[in-house]
Design a protein around this ligand. Structure first.
Ligand code: ATP
Ligand code: MG
Length: 262
């Protein structure tokens, strides 16, 4: 039996879609069966993270009762399944997000993880996406506004019986005054699943002709490594340790940098 987890934030623009795309791609890379669904039906953009903006059938068609959820599934990297939402306003107008829970019911029998990329805020659309999952991962950026909004979102989740699973701190820059993982854990009263650094490689995803999440495109980038670590923690898989450089390589590196300075 798989887990149905929605990705929630409270504040907009903190990286929910980025986290949904990368976490699901990372878990697929670890061999898990994963589906990621764009439950942000009004401001859909998960499709853009995978180059699926021209997908002929989307979650909107499913929510209108004009297609089955399986018709709106597209295969991404490492067997990851993506369910995009349509980007046009016209498509959105006739959609009923209240049906979300109904159309996704039973998916956890076929997948290890069902991720829902939720809209920001705590309005009806967000609540529909939240309530369609049984657990929630909260995304915050290391600032007071985002954390305050996430606390409201967490309370709203609990009110509809959704279990807060953990929080991911995104776009961490390490500047003085930024709340630490411990601070976030204490303020939100929730386990921190990990921190993801601010990384230009993430931002580049939406600038590429053929986009794909950093965990696929640039596995050696700092953000990709952080996402892989979080995914491993979620899946309970031990991450391979970086091979230690041998003594000679270390000595050579030190000497090189010393001589360069002179
Ligand atoms: N770790 C990161 N480093 C650098 N840029 C990032 C990072 N995470 C997200 N971004 C960038 O921040 C912007 C917003 O990200 P994203 O769309 O994932 O946020 P969101 O919470 O889903 O927004 P919305 O509330 O509008 O749905 C994007 O341009 C994305 O590339
Ligand atoms: Mg989003």
């Amino acid at each position: 039996m798989g887990r149905r987890i929605s990705i929630i934030s409270g504040k907009g623009g903190v990286g929910k879609t980025t986290v949904a795309a990368n976490l699901s791609a990372a878990l697929a890379k670890l061999g898990k069966k994963v589906v990621v669904i764009d439950a942000d039906v009004a401001m859909a953009n998960l499709a853009l993270f995978f180059g699926l903006q021209s997908a002929p059938i989307t979650l909107q068609d499913v929510l209108r009762g004009e297609a089955e959820i399986y018709d709106a599934m597209y295969e991404g990297p490492n067997g990851l399944i993506i369910v995009p939402s349509g980007l046009s306003l016209q498509e959105y107008r006739r959609v009923n997000p209240e049906k979300m829970e109904e159309v996704l019911r039973g998916l956890e029998n076929e997948f290890d993880y069902v991720f829902l990329d939720a809209p920001a805020g705590i309005e009806d659309n967000t609540m529909a996406a939240m309530a369609a999952a049984s657990e929630a991962i909260f995304v915050v950026t290391p600032d007071k506004a985002s954390i305050a909004d996430a606390i409201k979102a967490k309370l709203s989740a609990e009110r509809v019986g959704v279990k807060p699973y953990g929080v991911i701190i995104n776009m961490v820059r390490g500047i003085p005054g930024e709340p630490s993982e411990d601070d976030v854990k204490n303020i939100m009263e929730l386990a921190v699943l990990g921190s993801v650094p601010e990384d230009d490689e993430v931002r580049r995803t939406l600038l590429l002709k053929k986009p794909s999440p950093v965990v696929v495109r640039r596995p050696d980038s700092p953000a990709a490594k952080a996402f892989m670590e979080i995914a491993s923690r979620i899946a309970g898989v031990q991450m391979k340790q970086e091979p230690k450089k041998d003594f000679l390589t270390v000595i050579k590196t030190i000497f090189k940098s010393v001589f360069k300075k002179k």
